[in-house]
Design a protein around this ligand. Structure first.
Ligand SMILES: *Cc1c(COP(=O)(O)O)cnc(C)c1O
Length: 468
């Protein structure tokens, strides 16, 4: 199975001529390089740049990509810092001690933000994103469970992890890669995320932990972390089972601390043993950085931490990768310094205001029913009302694409596969103005959509293969 599929099409060679990206400065046509095998010789840098740049023009416009949670705008100063550090490898902590120090400070700041008992100790690390952070947190949960069950594992016990069916795909990856049974609570009626009691009911002596998601990927809703912990407290009282909770705060761990200060979801809950976030989502850094933190050193088994001495020194690391760019970590530190708590609050509040305003105006069009309103994550999901029969959410997604907007449509997982939605992720840089333009375009399309004889769902399969 090829891992890369795509529109390769017939074998084509792009052409170069003397007036456009020419390869030979003396003139004349030059044959462009092959695209599917390494060219025999070099090209001048301008020509190589031109070829690559031009092909990339056909990618979507990142700022109009309302499917992604990942940062698509940073200040030029952040860009300068990132280009100054792009040659620094994060693993070379002895060679780049200041970069390593900035990483340590970011961990301490997050530990403080999330109310770790000893923030200065800052037990945590940067990663390539939340997916790697979740793998690390899951491994720590599994290892702690295995240590508690030395007498039964690996021979007779199979570990399991309890979560809602709405978890991001990284948790299915974790369970698959690390041979843990994924115990998933399905959706039910208007409940689109994990139910505390249902989670507790799925736990047994082989449960390594429960995952609570702060900010469900499907609809932007917060899972009730405190209630999940309370249900597990009751379980412990009844049965003696002491099940730790990991909070997947990929988005919400950088939203709730600024906008929902009274919401108790973090290390203030004694049962929360680890938390992850994506620095590159509402942490406001370009793609390539995440964070994993543990409550105390006891929550991260020491034997998972590696110390290598062949770079000089003896720095501890916990990571799946070895080499990894340092620039994103530097950009995270820059953003923390640049914004502070107040700055983050203003930026996230703006995104939430845009989300709430846009959700309300979409509801007012009459054709749509909101599932969420953008008042938790600045994200909302909506579907067509029962009266709408001429078109469906997949038609809306496709037609918006004609105007440049990337708004995904997808079906919900079990047991609400009957429900298909559109989802809008409002990020920094998606301004009130842009939201207004999106609404204008949607408004303009509606008369045509209403005149369709029936939904054109032929591309439904393609539309639902979307995963974020
Ligand atoms: C985005 C996301 C992830 C994966 O994060 P990456 O940083 O893209 O690896 C995991 N969990 C949730 C809830 C997410 O939203």
């Amino acid at each position: 199975m090829p891992l890369h599929q795509g529109p390769q099409g017939p074998y084509r060679r792009p052409s170069l001529n003397p007036f456009f990206g020419q390869a030979d400065p003396v003139g004349g046509m030059t044959e462009a390089p092959p695209q599917h095998r390494l060219p025999d010789g070099p090209l001048p840098p301008e020509s190589a740049y031109r070829l690559v740049h031009d092909e990339l023009m056909l990618d979507g416009n990142a700022r109009l990509n309302l499917a992604t949670f990942v940062t698509t705008w940073m200040e030029p100063q952040a860009g300068v810092l990132m280009s100054e550090c792009r040659d620094k490898n994060m693993i070379d902590k002895d060679e780049y001690p200041r970069t390593a120090e900035l990483e340590r400070r970011c961990v301490a700041m997050l530990a403080d933000l999330w109310h770790a008992p000893d923030p200065a100790a800052g037990i945590g690390c940067s990663t390539t994103g939340s997916s790697e952070a979740c793998m690390l947190a899951g491994m720590a949960l599994k290892r702690r469970w295995a240590a508690r069950n030395k007498d039964r594992y690996p021979s007779s016990a199979r570990p399991n992890l309890v979560m809602g069916i709405n978890v991001q795909v990284c948790w299915e990856k974790f369970c698959n890669f690390w041979e843990v049974e994924a115990r998933q609570v399905p959706m039910s009626g208007d409940r689109f995320h994990l139910d505390p009691q249902a989670a507790a009911d799925l736990c047994d002596e082989n449960t390594i932990g429960v995952v609570a998601v702060l900010g469900s990927t499907y609809d932007g809703s917060y899972e009730p972390v405190a209630e999940i912990c309370a249900a597990l407290d009751a379980l412990q009282e009844r049965t003696g089972l002491d099940i730790p909770v990991h909070v997947d705060g990929a988005s919400g761990a950088m939203v709730a601390p600024f906008l929902d200060e009274d919401l108790v979801w973090d290390f203030r809950l004694p049962r929360v043993s680890s938390i992850n976030t994506s620095g590159h989502k509402y942490g406001l850094v370009y793609p390539g950085v995440g964070w994993a933190l543990w409550r105390t050193a006891a929550d991260l088994p020491e034997e998972l931490v590696f110390r290598v001495n062949y770079l000089g020194g003896d720095m501890p690391t916990f990571a799946l990768n070895f080499s990894r760019p340092g620039a994103q970590v530097v950009a995270q530190y820059y953003t923390f310094l640049r914004l502070g708590r107040k700055g983050y609050r203003l930026v996230q509040q703006t995104s939430r205001d845009v989300a709430r305003g846009l959700a309300e105006r979409i509801e007012a069009l009459g054709d749509f029913r909101l599932l969420t309103r953008g008042d938790q994550l600045p994200v909302f999901a909506f579907t067509t009302t029962d009266d709408v029969t001429a078109y469906d959410v997949f038609d809306v997604s496709r037609r918006l694409r004609e105007r440049g907007w990337l708004v995904p449509a997808y079906t919900f997982p079990a047991d609400r596969q009957d429900l298909s939605v559109l989802r809008v992720v409002c990020r920094n840089g998606f301004s009130t103005d842009l939201a207004g333009l999106l609404l204008d375009d949607l408004n303009r399309l509606l008369p045509e959509l209403r005149r369709q004889p029936h939904p054109f769902t032929a591309d439904r399969q393609a539309a639902t293969s979307f995963h974020h």
